[in-house]
Design a protein around this ligand. Structure first.
Ligand code: HEM
Ligand code: HEM
Length: 198
């Protein structure tokens, strides 16, 4: 059996599913009413907590683990398209870009929602349109995000969605030798690696 290791700590998992639940639920709440505003503010608080955790949290929660320069993102995407990309324990550079866009997006939606409650911007049509457009724009990103999670799961032969629930991922082939940074070129080589460990 392949060894698994803990990658996503409880805070990251709780954050993710609370954010996902509240964001999606807010499309079904009464627009601008108490519950809608409450969910929106809760999202802003969640993201603020996640930002702090990104600095002081566990290894794979930290921004330093997965926020990389554009050059590395381009390289990852090139290798991924060519089928030569390497499985990672934390977020891969492609996922990282999407995650940053989602975090910025939900904050902007919450911010434009809050602006509508201020005296200065109350009743401004353009702001209502902007808020709604941003909300549906982020929803579009979420669709891509979920499709990518399914696609990457199939590509690397590992259920990334389940990993975001229980927090564990298949250890990298090199882990047995103590190389935590090690990466394995796609599922096939990781199977070979785990076979060789056995
Ligand atoms: C961050 C999560 C949020 C999401 C996903 C979201 C989403 C939406 C959507 C989709 C609409 C349009 C509803 C429709 O036309 O049927 C809407 C309307 C509205 N939202 Fe939000 N919202 C969020 C946060 C907030 C916050 C934090 C506030 C205020 C504190 C707020 C205040 C409003 C108001 C006042 C409207 C009504 C605008 C109008 O009259 O057309 N929203 N929101
Ligand atoms: C409901 C369907 C969803 C599924 C199946 C899903 C799946 C996932 C998976 C598998 C990851 C980990 C990616 C990786 O392994 O690198 C992830 C991360 C993430 N997702 Fe989702 N997601 C969903 C909805 C959402 C929504 C609605 C949002 C925000 C609007 C969101 C925002 C994020 C963020 C911010 C992360 C990074 C988590 C962290 O490091 O704290 N997701 N998601």
């Amino acid at each position: 059996m392949n060894a698994t290791i803990k990658v996503w700590d409880p805070l990251v998992r709780l954050f993710h599913w609370s954010l996902a639940g509240l964001f999606l639920a807010n499309f079904f709440t009464e627009e601008g009413e108490l519950v809608h505003r409450g969910f929106g503010y809760a999202i802003a608080i969640l993201v603020a907590v996640r930002f702090v955790w990104g600095w002081i949290g566990t290894r794979h929660a930290r921004f330093s683990d997965w926020v990389v320069r554009p050059r590395r993102v381009r390289r990852y995407l090139r290798e991924r398209l060519a089928g030569r990309s390497r499985r990672q324990l934390g977020h891969n550079p492609g996922a990282a870009v999407m995650i940053l866009a989602l975090l910025a997006g939900v904050l902007l939606v919450a911010f434009t929602g809050w602006l509508q409650t201020t005296d200065r911007f109350f009743g401004e049509d353009w702001l209502e349109v902007l808020h709604e457009t941003l909300a549906y724009g982020v929803l579009g990103l979420v669709v891509v995000h979920v499709l990518a999670a399914v696609g990457e799961s199939m590509h690397y032969g590992e259920n990334l969605i389940a990993a975001m629930i229980h927090g564990r991922k298949r250890s990298l082939g090199h882990d047995a030798a103590g190389d935590e940074k090690g990466v394995v070129t796609c599922a096939k080589s990781s199977q070979q690696a785990s076979r060789s460990i056995r």
